[in-house]
Ligand binder design. Structure first.
Ligand code: PMP
Length: 383
């Protein structure tokens, strides 16, 4: 099997991640933060170290403000529902994933907020001047993902951070796709809220991710319950991470993420990016030479993650994905990729989306050549 759906979730996982998760279940097995006995304390220490590691990875000044969640979706829900208040105005980009768009639209539907979508150009890039023009006195939050899960287009997050800071408006970013591929620093980027997923470019397991919350931001919890602290009070603790982490932690997932961060740090994000990028470049070059294929690439000046979407003339993307899987053993994702906004921006919404190829560090040159041959056969068969 050739796996080219790393933007949905990287596969395979590094062996050390698999082993560390097995060991976590075998050796610790107790509820972190809930018992005074050695096994639980060991688990708590491991969670603490994982939190410190994740905070360092994203340049977060205070590890306690980094909370573990089930992934980017939960993080974004906690941020939006926890921060926004009646009458707030929010600006978001036309490349967002449903993980942000849907909770935001729910808040609009409830009448809590109003929201302005800053459209992307047809290459999937959002322009700083359009964000600036959308700012109103009531604007309480600016949301922009770091990089698109459809085109890989990297957005001008650094500049947006400067603008948001100059207007004293918090910036919320979704780094689900870019974490592990691009350097990210909360402190340098003026990022107030950062949502990440562990299972993509970080090479961790699914079901684990996190949210960083700047000291200046106060969030109401989305989920209330047991934290193993202040148990005599009905109120949720007011300190982090307990305030936003109720219920038993995904311990094996946290250990998996922690080991995955070691893997990424040891490889180096520059070399992880360079490896996947060179495979992606070869793929783009080859696919661009196949008649009947339309590639949806960012403009050449824009940075791109190793993610490419395309369509084959005369073939629905779902049919193409099924044919690649059944006839050639190639795993890719078709359709709207949970981002109708992005597909609308690049003009593929009416086509039902596109076929997405996303590369990871375990892919090889040989695989890319085999995929190109398969694509050529599929495209030729449509003539
Ligand atoms: N945002 C983006 C840009 C994504 O690509 C994804 C995953 N498809 C998500 C959010 C949701 O991440 P998770 O599955 O960790 O909730």
């Amino acid at each position: 099997m050739i796996f080219l759906d790393n933007a949905a979730g990287s596969y395979p996982k590094p062996q050390q991640v698999v082993q560390a998760m097995g060991r976590a279940l075998e050796d610790y097995g107790a509820n972190p933060g809930r018992g005074g006995y050695e096994l639980s304390l060991r688990a708590s220490r491991a969670v603490y170290q994982a939190r410190e590691k994740a905070a360092e990875f994203f340049g977060c000044p205070n590890p306690e403000r980094l909370i573990f969640t089930s992934g980017a979706t939960e993080s974004l829900n906690i941020a939006l529902f926890g921060y926004l208040k009646k009458g707030d105005h929010v600006i978001y980009s036309g490349m967002e994933h449903n993980a942000l768009w849907r909770p935001l639209m729910r808040l609009v539907e409830l009448g809590t907020i109003t929201a302005t979508c800053v459209k992307a150009d047809r290459y999937g890039y959002v322009h700083i001047s359009d964000f600036q023009a959308a700012i109103r006195p009531q604007t309480a939050l600016i949301c922009c993902l770091h990089a698109s899960n459809v085109t890989g287009c990297v957005q001008p997050l650094g500049q947006l951070g400067i603008i948001a800071a100059s207007h004293k408006i918090p910036l919320l970013t979704d780094v689900a796709q870019s974490a592990g591929l691009l350097p990210i620093s909360v402190a340098d980027g003026h990022i107030a809220l950062l949502a990440f997923a562990g299972h993509k470019g970080l090479y961790g397991p699914s079901g684990i991710g996190g949210l960083y919350v700047d000291e200046k931001i106060e969030l109401q919890p989305l989920i209330y319950g047991g934290t193993g602290s202040n148990s005599d009070q009905w109120q949720q603790p007011d300190y982090y991470p307990d305030r936003l982490e109720s219920g038993t932690a995904n311990f094996a997932g946290i250990i998996g993420l922690s080991t995955a961060l070691d893997f990424v740090n040891e490889c180096g994000i520059d070399s992880l990016f360079a490896r996947a990028d060179s495979l992606c470049n070869r793929f783009i070059e080859g696919a661009g030479n196949i008649k009947g294929i339309t590639l949806y690439l960012p403009r050449w000046q824009c940075r791109r993650l190793p993610v490419v979407s395309l369509n084959i003339k005369g073939l629905d993307s779902a049919e193409a994905a099924a044919a690649l899987d059944e006839e050639y053993g190639i795993a890719v994702r078709s359709g709207l990729h949970c981002s109708p906004l992005a597909h609308k921006s690049i003009g593929t919404e009416s086509l039902g989306g596109a076929l997405r190829f996303s590369f990871g560090c375990f892919n090889t040159e040989n695989q890319v050549e085999r995929v190109l041959l398969s694509l050529r056969s599929l495209a030729d068969a449509q003539k």
